[in-house]
Design a protein around this ligand. Structure first.
Ligand code: C5P
Length: 277
């Protein structure tokens, strides 16, 4: 059923005029995902659950995208492409405009190195960051311990299995289980290592939610509105289906960033999300 389309706020304002309160009225009050019935404003809730992946090669392109999505989206993901090109300072203009940042650097190294990287990243102002679950329990424990004593630390998420991996890609690197089994194994291991946030594909979100419980944070990429190009993503689903399966946040890149009108594409996704909230 189509819900009424609310006109997205599109303030044409300079960064100075855009206050945190104006854009992020609900930024610190993300409700537990498992109980969407308590949410009064499903579109506002959808805005707090959509993360736009800024997969662009330079700071000006990222800032232009943020500007175009201002008033429509509240969360942006800085991943490897942008971080490597632009450096940590790329977070500053995004944060200064009042947005939340998901720093998706997917650390995977020996425990000591990952702990150091987590410590370095912990003060950049991001609200979530990632490590690879396949780094193992000692690496995950070291990553968590690195945040001890950090004021207002980012939430640490364990990436289970990349959404671009299918059975063929997995068996090429020696993972012989089905993707769903591998994800459950990694999520259970990460849970035992104290992780409470996970990244998984839409196809495993229900199983990871069942395993990790209602309070866990599940961040889900591999989102494609019906009819959108899959690109390199293999394990995909629509925004509304993914929320119904138990996702906390959806990560969407190309369906928004490569659209002729990114704000219109984001607004359509938000409206679809709101039908599931
Ligand atoms: O363009 P698209 O919507 O496919 O972008 C998905 C984003 O989510 C990318 O930035 C990618 O790095 C990220 N991601 C993913 N699979 C994971 C973790 C993160 O696709 N398991």
């Amino acid at each position: 059923m189509q819900r009424e389309t609310r006109k997205p706020q599109m303030p044409d304002a300079s960064p100075e005029e855009i206050t945190y309160d104006r854009i992020m009225a609900h930024s610190d009050t993300l409700p537990p995902t498992a109980n969407p019935a308590q949410e009064h404003d499903s579109l506002a809730s959808a805005r707090q659950r959509l993360i736009v992946a800024l997969d662009v090669p330079a700071a000006p392109a990222a800032i232009e995208l943020v500007r175009r999505l201002e008033g429509t989206c509240a969360w942006f993901k800085v991943g490897l492409e942008l971080f490597v090109a632009a450096g940590p300072s790329i977070l500053e203009p995004i944060l200064a405009r009042g947005h939340s940042v998901f720093l998706d650097l997917k650390f995977h190294d020996i425990p000591n190195t990952v702990a150091g990287a987590v410590r370095s990243a912990a003060h950049m102002g991001a609200r979530m960051m990632t490590v690879h679950a396949s780094g193992g329990p000692a690496m995950l424990a070291a990553a968590r311990a690195a945040l001890d004593g950090v004021t207002n630390p980012p939430e640490l998420l364990a990436v289970t299995m990349l959404t671009s991996m299918d059975t063929e890609q997995m068996s090429a690197v020696g993972f012989d289980r089905a993707p769903s089994e591998e994800v459950e194994l990694l999520a259970a291991m990460a849970l035992n290592a104290g992780m409470r946030g996970f990244v998984c594909s839409p196809q495993e979100v229900a199983a990871v939610r069942a395993l990790a419980g209602p309070a866990a944070t599940l961040v889900v990429p591999g989102i494609r509105p019906a009819g959108a190009e899959a690109g390199d993503q293999k394990r995909i689903a629509t925004p509304s289906d993914t929320l119904r399966l138990g996702a906390s946040y959806l990560v969407v890149g190309r369906p928004i960033t490569q659209a002729p009108d990114p704000a219109a594409a984001a607004a359509a996704i938000l409206n679809e999300m709101a039908t599931a909230l």
